[in-house]
Write a new protein. Structure first.
Length: 304
């Protein structure tokens, strides 16, 4: 697959190829449709998130200065898309929540909130996708990122480079989990989710090394990221509802939000205990052994 390592290339070069491809897919998805469909915005963001995740596997090869520069540029390029996507998610989250509302709740009040959220979403779309040069700037930035990626000097090292990036992301995820358990604030849980998503994408890239076990870990990370993502969406919706004039209906929705967030956070704690049960050194040691076997079986014996 185009988003996984291949046996006929060094690890860093394979990761660079994948990153280059993900940025290209984001560009292709943005295309020239006007107005841009919500699904295209969502898909482009997914490709950019994966690009930033695999960039973290190249941090040692690139050096800190280039890594931070490229990560910052990819992050900034995706921000307009994030604004559009977040506005859409707010509407979707409300619809899901309203479906569980008490049947005695006044439908008119719910409809008023729904309409305001939809109007906000359309306003964000108009501002970013139709009435500004934001989308053109995103495309220009991504095209330039692809050109720079081809010129990166990443050497011929193999597992040692990728191990450092994987270990760092796993360690940061463990640390974010510990912080979120002590203080489950919206910010702490969101930071944990970001690290889980980076790990999930990296596991997808490394899948050929150890398919059965990595699939299990990747599924675990994906489920955890989804639980934390749903929790964050509900938290943001709750903040938005505080601005609503209809206090009674909003209060009822707050109760639904709190109960659902409690369920999601309990689920996340269980999943996190499973995903992050090992120390970072031991976690990456498994991958090193699988890398050695994978490369040797294909006549590529360099395992450094």
């Amino acid at each position: 697959m185009s988003d996984q390592l291949r046996e006929n290339e060094s690890g860093p070069k394979g990761v660079r190829r994948i990153l280059h491809g993900q940025v290209g897919k984001a560009l292709e998805t943005l295309g020239s449709d006007s107005p841009l469909p919500d699904e295209a915005v969502h898909d482009a963001r997914k490709h950019l998130k994966k690009a930033r995740a695999v960039l973290r596997l190249l941090r040692e090869a690139l050096g800190s200065q280039i890594y931070h520069r490229e990560n910052g540029r990819l992050r900034d390029a995706g921000r307009p898309l994030t604004e559009v996507r977040d506005a859409k998610v707010l509407v979707d989250t409300f619809e899901e929540l309203a479906g569980h509302a008490d049947s005695q709740t006044e439908e008119r009040a719910l409809e008023e909130i729904r309409q305001r959220l939809r109007e906000d979403q359309q306003e964000v779309r108009r501002k970013i996708l139709e009435e500004s040069d934001a989308l053109a700037a995103v495309k220009q930035s991504l095209a330039a990122a692809r050109v720079r990626a081809k010129e990166w000097k990443i050497g011929r090292r193999h597992w040692s480079t990728l191990k450092t990036g994987l270990k760092r992301v796993y360690r940061q995820g463990r640390a974010a989990r510990a912080i979120a358990q002590l203080n489950p604030s919206t910010e702490a849980l969101h930071e944990w989710r970001k690290q889980v998503k980076y790990l999930w994408h990296q596991l997808q890239v490394l899948r050929p090394l150890w398919p059965v076990a990595i699939d299990t870990m990747a599924d675990l990370a994906h489920d955890l990221a989804n639980a934390l993502g749903d929790d964050h969406d509900l938290a943001v919706l709750g903040e938005k509802l505080h601005e609503e004039p209809d206090g009674g209906t909003a209060e009822m929705l707050f109760g639904l939000i709190d109960r659902r967030r409690d369920e999601l956070q309990k689920q996340a704690r269980c999943l996190g205990d499973s995903l992050y049960q090992e120390k970072p050194r031991r976690f990456t040691r498994h991958f090193k052994a699988c890398w050695q076997v994978w490369r040797a079986a294909r006549g590529r014996v360099s395992v450094s």
